[in-house]
Design a protein around this ligand. Sequence first.
Ligand code: SOE
Length: 365
Amino acid sequence: MAPVTINRPTIYRAAIIGTGFMGRVHSHAITAAGGEITGISGSSPDRARQAADALRAPQIFDDADEAIAAADVVHVCTPNHLHAPIALAAIEAGKHVVCEKPLATDADTARAMTDAAEAAGVVAAVPFVYRFHPMVREARARVAAGGVGRLTLAHGSYLQDWLLHPGDDNWRVDADKGGALRAFGDIGSHWCDLLEFVTGDRITAVSAQLATANRHRGGRRVSTEDIVTLQFATRGGMVGTTVISQVSAGRKNRLLLEISGTEATVAFDQEQPETLWLGGRGSNAVLMRDPDHLAPDAARLAHVPGGHPQGYQDCFNDFVADVGTATTGPPPDGLPAFADGLRAARIAEAVAASAGDRDWVEVPA
Ligand code: SOE
């Protein structure tokens, strides 16, 4: 029999703007999810040319405008201060957008981006990708089913050490490129998004402290924080705390979320994503990711049998697959949109105000 060609439609044609670590992760995810990368642009054509192989790019665009014109979905993976102009240009051109978090360097700009996307009727997503760990969805399903009881307490942390030393440097350190809050904008946003996603609750007030362990990096003075300690209250009556740090030696990407209620506790550790800790008065358990024993919304994201670990890139792959679904119909449950990026920006502004006033600050709904 002659070979039969299978014409598998691409989920969408994507351009990637930004050629660093996130550009590479987005590239893998687009390819894994069945998308087509039309090309990339970077801080310069030369920079894009250097990154072309790592990002599987078939062509280099001179600038963002060329990239936008060549795609159905624009992936914005640049430093934070460039998110808004590029995303707004893509929306103006009627393109769908995936924009890295934090959405913008301030809440007003995040609001403008969210409004523009809504007015244009395009898909506008933000990769709060930890929502895509199957065991996070399992925790969310158990909370929603009442298995934890009335929620009373949430706590945890998001700890890294890649900025531990004064010699460690990155564009995020500079407020004019990354935003006034660096650690919180970069990873505190993930923690708060995951808290609100898993619980369905909303933070209503914060009391925060900021600290900068390294006041100088690369010969310049640093104004952005390395550490945030945060207390919060929620609409549903929970109280809680979290610690955000990018200077915690030995912690690489350790997001920990623990939620207690009147019946039980659930705890998720992003560095051990194949398990979910279940605490009970009578006994505790460690639930392993096994597609046959998960809630439907968790099983949907469990692609290989238990004991074959899934991880961070799998979350990204599923995030991109859900963006693809959203471009042709209703968005799948849990797809993080610009409105979630705006939410994170509003919490960040309350955190900054609270730390500045050394007082509690309300978070707008
Ligand atoms: C650096 O802190 C970083 O790459 C963040 O920007 C990502 O959002 C986080 O998922 C991993 O760490």
